[in-house]
Design a protein around this ligand. Structure first.
Ligand SMILES: [Zn+2]
Length: 109
């Protein structure tokens, strides 16, 4: 489901970019204002707490690097793999088993 959501976000942004006058410029389809806005809008609805921003080149300790201004913001890689990169280990395995089977396994039945 997360992969489908991710791909549908691309579709929605591309399809509505002209009519909404959204900023799709950036270094990639993941590191742009439109993508970041959708990630920040949808993350709380998925129970994901991390916020993000468009990542730009910055000088950090005298070195130029790609980094967000806000600490804890998603990295470039995380933007490209949102939301599945933020799911805990075993999240999809537990979902694949379904609530009944997962419950049986926990109780040992
Ligand atoms: Zn993508």
């Amino acid at each position: 489901m997360d992969v489908l959501l991710h791909e549908m976000m691309h579709q929605s942004i591309d399809q509505h970019a002209d009519e909404r006058d959204v900023d799709t410029g950036g270094t990639s389809s993941h590191n742009c204002a439109a993508w970041v806005a959708e990630v920040n809008r949808l993350s709380p609805l998925l129970g994901l707490k991390r916020k993000t921003e468009v990542i730009r080149q910055r000088r950090v300790n005298g070195r130029v690097t790609w980094a967000a201004r806000e600490e804890g913001s998603l990295t470039m890689r995380e933007l490209a793999t949102w939301p599945y990169c933020l799911r805990p280990d075993g999240y999809y395995r537990a979902r694949a088993k379904g609530p009944a089977k997962a419950k049986q396994k926990r109780s040992g039945k």
